[in-house]
Write a protein that binds this ligand. Structure first.
Ligand code: ARG
Length: 467
């Protein structure tokens, strides 16, 4: 086949495609990324066609050998991609016919580029989901281990970014881990709907050849053939679902990033990130910037953008296939690459976080973080909660004036506000006492954090085993 004109549909046309239009409508510059999946799909299709007697075994073998050689050419960078041949599908088919002659032209029997491209993207998504899942698992494992190690490390917990109550660093890390656990479930759920075979839908209505779609599905590892040919060639909801997962995950990573950026600042001084995850400034010699979390925070925007692009791409499209759908690839590719790289960066970085325990402890001590514990103490001694709140408020005001934390006041000082307070109050005013008292499932007590870490480890292992 000539490389200059697209003869696969040339028969009906009386003049060649306008040169600009050919470039404008071509997708080969980006969809060549689907080559491996395209070849895998074609080999399965040819195998199925031979199984049902549409191709001879000799034809099937010639096609499979030709495609395998083409795969090698592509991997070695020798393949000549041609824009006039429009897309990855026609480039590979044309090369096959160059190599094996007329038999190459039989490969497209009983299929269309419409079901072919839908199959390629689903195979691609499945491959990428598996890589992304492995990185997500590695990140969760590292986070759980760090949380377990830091189950006793005390830091301030915040609401409104104001010091609220002491928590353990392990508890904070396990909060992140819970976000990722839900993302992980969303990803696996999305994979189920990705893993359905469109091939056999042909252009839109199915095909007159006696194809066996169950065979093709099994050869390609799909759970089942799609139920409706019109739907199979047209909907890209699985891509929207993936970018929804990706957007929520990136939202979570951006929240973690934001906290890491804050914590590395001199003002917080809660953690150190190893130098290999940071860069310096070309002008300010003292600087060490937390580039990795900053960049992850920034990359969240492009993933949201891809979700909007795909939703808008699909909106109002009539059945069945429309050329609009060619626009699904670049957002999807970039979303996949961004999410995979951000997860890799996080999976490498999180286990290397170095908590500055003394600094965290000091910050928790400074912010009257045990004020609620004092109120609870008074309630246990019979004071109504609202009255207890008032008493503690006055104590805090006194502490602000005298620059003393509640735990640093003498018993006499505290008794100015309530004579119910006794020596045993100091057990609850310490940070250790405060966290240890929150001793129930979901609470911040070190023992609870260790138990939660081991449950998280089991849940992750069960997810891996079940996938
Ligand atoms: N390059 C096209 C795409 O990405 C392949 C399907 C083209 N089908 C068609 N009838 N023009 O969607």
């Amino acid at each position: 086949m000539s490389q200059a004109t697209n003869q696969s549909w040339g028969g009906r046309f009386s003049e060649p495609t306008d040169a600009f239009v050919a470039r404008f409508t071509a997708s080969v510059n980006f969809d060549q990324r689907l080559a491996r999946q395209d070849i895998r799909g074609s080999i399965a299709h040819a195998t199925m066609l031979a199984r049902v007697g549409v191709l001879t075994e000799g034809e099937r073998d010639a096609i499979i050998n030709g495609l395998t050689e083409i795969q090698g050419e592509i991997e070695r960078g020798e393949f000549q991609w041609s824009v006039p041949l429009e897309d990855v599908h026609m480039n590979i088919e044309a090369r096959l016919t160059d190599k094996i002659g007329i038999t190459g032209k039989k490969l497209h029997t009983g299929r269309s580029r419409n079901d072919q491209v839908a199959t390629d993207i689903r195979l691609f998504m499945r491959d990428e989901i598996d890589v992304i899942e492995a990185e997500l698992t590695r990140l969760r494992e590292g986070m759980i281990e760090l949380a377990d190690r830091e189950a006793d490390t005390i830091m301030p917990g915040f609401t409104h970014l104001q010091t609220a109550q002491p928590v353990t660093f392990g508890h904070h890390l396990l909060a992140w881990q819970e976000m990722l656990a839900r993302d992980h479930e969303r990803l696996l759920d999305c994979r189920k709907r990705v893993n359905v075979l469109p091939l056999g839908a042909a252009a839109l209505a199915g095909t007159t050849y006696p194809i066996d779609r169950h065979v093709t599905a099994e050869l390609l590892g799909f759970d089942r053939p799609s139920e409706n040919s019109l739907d199979a060639v047209s909907d890209r909801d699985f891509a929207i679902e993936f970018t929804s997962f990706a957007s929520i995950l990136m939202m979570h990573l951006s929240r973690m990033s934001e906290e890491l950026v804050l914590w590395t600042s001199a003002q917080f001084d809660f953690i150190d990130l190893p130098d290999r995850f940071c860069t310096g400034s070309s002008i300010m010699p003292q600087k060490k910037n937390p580039d990795v979390p900053e960049l992850v925070r920034g990359k969240t925007g492009r993933v949201y953008g891809h979700l909007m692009a795909l939703l808008t791409l699909m909106k109002s499209q009539p059945l069945a296939y429309n050329k609009d759908n060619q626009e699904d690839k670049e957002p999807l590719f970039d979303a996949v690459d961004t999410v995979r790289d951000c997860l890799k960066a996080f999976a490498d970085m999180v286990p290397a976080i170095e908590p500055k325990k003394e600094s965290m402890y000091e910050a928790a001590r400074r912010g009257f973080s045990t004020a609620t514990d004092l109120a609870d103490y008074l309630v246990r001694k019979g004071v109504a909660f609202r009255d207890a709140h008032e008493i503690v408020g006055l104590s805090v005001a006194y502490g602000l004036k005298t620059k003393k934390d509640l735990s640093e006041m003498t018993l006499e000082e505290l008794q100015q506000f309530s004579n119910i307070i006794e020596q045993d109050v100091f057990e609850v005013l310490t940070l250790e006492g405060s966290v240890a008292a929150r001793n129930h499932i979901g609470g911040t007590a070190p023992d609870q954090v260790r138990a939660a870490a081991s449950r998280a480890r089991e849940a992750l292992a069960a997810l891996k085993g079940g996938a």
